[in-house]
Design a protein around this ligand. Sequence first.
Ligand code: GLC
Length: 558
Amino acid sequence: MQKKWWHEKVAYQIYPKSFNDTTGNGIGDLRGIIEKLDYLKDLGADIIWLSPCYCSPLADQGYDISDYYNIDPRFGTMDDMDELIAEAKKRDMYILMDLVVNHCSDEHEWFQKALADPTGKYASYFYFEEGVDGHAPNNWRSYFGGSAWEPVPGTTKYYLHLFHKKQPDLNWENEELREKIYEMINWWLDKGLAGFRIDAIINIKKALPFTAYNYPADREDGMAAATLMLKDAVGVGDFLTEMRDKTFAKYDAFTAGEVFNEKEEDIPNFIGDNGYFSTMYDFRSTIFGESEKGWYDCKHITPDDYKACCFETQKIIKENGFISTIIENHDEPRGVSRYIPAGEANDTCKKMLATMQFMLRGLPFIYEGQEIGMENVDFKSIDEIDDISTLDEYQVALNAGLSEADALEAVKYYSRDNARTPFQWDDSENAGFTTGKPWLKVNPNHTKINAKSQINDPDSVFSYYKKLTALRKNPEYKDTVVYGTFEPYMEDESRLMAFYRRGEEKTLLIIGNYQTQERTIALPAECKKVVLSNSDKVDITSDNKINLSGYQAVIIEI
Ligand code: GLC
C-alpha cells in the first residue's frame, strides 16, 4: 500500500450550525470556527471536515444546496471561508467541505429553470419522468419517508428525490451536468481546500429505466425502500472514476466517501491505492440492527455486537485500503449513549471507546463534542426535535400502532438531533454556544459536561483524547499505530475487546474490559511497556496476567 500524506493525521468533523455562534443569531458560523482553531489544534486535529455551509434553505440542514459557489449568510461570507482556509494552513491544518452532489435544493437555479421549462435543458439535469396511469413512475420510498417522486406542477411528470422533496436528484447520466459539477469541485480545490467528504455518493447511479424497478412492498404504504435499487444500479464506478480523474487526482486531494454496504471485492476499487476515494467510513456498527419497518423496530447493539462489527471491518479491509473510523457523526446518536449499555456511561467508558476507535487501523474522525464526552439528549417531547428524519420515523412508529410515548422513546434513541445539539463550551446558560436563542435545545447536562471544565483537567475525557492524538503522532509508535496490522486477541471472550497492532518494529496489544465488572486476562507475552491506560493503575501480575477494572482500557507494548 502506498503511503499518503493524510494517513497519519487525525480528522475532526464540525457541524457548523451547532459549533460556535459569534453573531448571536443562534446558529454557529465560520468566524466561530476560526475562533476555535487553536482549540482544535490543541486537541491534535489536523483535517477539519465542515458539514455544509453553502447557501441553503436548510430543509435538511444544508444538505440541500441552492448555490454551490456561496456561503449561506447565516454562516458568514466567502471572505470568512477564505480566512478559515488561510488560518488553518498557518496551523498545518486542512479544511474539507461537504460535497453534496447526488441532489441539490429545489431552490437551486437549475431546478427553478427546470420547473419553468419541464422539457428544456435544465429538466434533463434532473429526473423528470412521465407517470404511469396517473401514478408515480415506480414505488420507491424516499429515505425520509413518502414517495420518492413528486409531481412536476402543470405536467403529468414527476421528479425523483431519494431524500426530501426539497432535494431533487441530479441526473448523473447527463454529461453536461457532470461537467458542471467537476467545474465546481475544481473551483473549490483551486481556492485551497484540501478535499471533501462526499455525501450520499453511492446513490448517483440509478436503476434505469425507473418503471422496470418496482420492488415488493416492505411496509403497509405499498412502497419499497429506495436502497433496494442500489443493487440493480450497475456502473457507479464509471462516474466515480471520471470524477476522480477530472478533479481530486489533479490536486492530490483527500476524499472521504459516504459509502454503505460496499461489497468486499469492491473495496480496492473504492479505497485502494488508485481508488475512487482516499477513504470511506466504517458504518458497520451504525447500520447494525436496521429494520425495513423503521427505527421503532431496530435492534439495539450490544458490546459484543459492537466488537464484532469493528473487527469484521478490520478483517475485510486489511491492506486493501485505509478505512475511517467513527463512533458518531451528525446522522447518528452519540456513540457513548449507543455503544455503552444504558446507565453505565461515565468518563472511563468514554475513554475506553476512544481507545478502541483510535487504535483500530484507520483514520480516526472525531465528531464535535465527542472529545468532551457529549451524550444523547433526554428529549421530553417530539416538539423538541427538528430533524426531518426523526419526525418521519416518529410518524412511522405511530402508524405501526405505538403510543406517542413509546414512539418518542423509540426514536429518540436514534435521533440525529442527539448529535446536533449545540457544542457545550461551558456551563453557562447556552453552554457558551450563543448569546442568542440556540436553534436547537442545549443538552441540560452541559453544566457537568463542557469543554471549559476539561481543558485544564489532566484526567478529563478531553485530555485523554489529546493523549490518543499524540500517540498517533509519536515517532516511537506512529508506524505501528498508523500502519500496523490488526489481529484479534481472545476474540471469543464476551465483553472484552482486545487486539494486536503489529508494526515492523513494535507490537502493541490493546485491551478493553467492556463491562463494569473487574476481570483478569492472561497476557500472550511479557509486557515491555504500558503505553497508555484510562486508569491510573495498571496491575500486571508476576505470572503475566493483567487485572482490569471495569471499563479499563490499556495499550501495552509486548
Ligand atoms: C447524508 C448526510 C445526511 C443527509 C443526507 C442527504 O447521509 O450525512 O445528513 O441528510 O446525506 O444529503
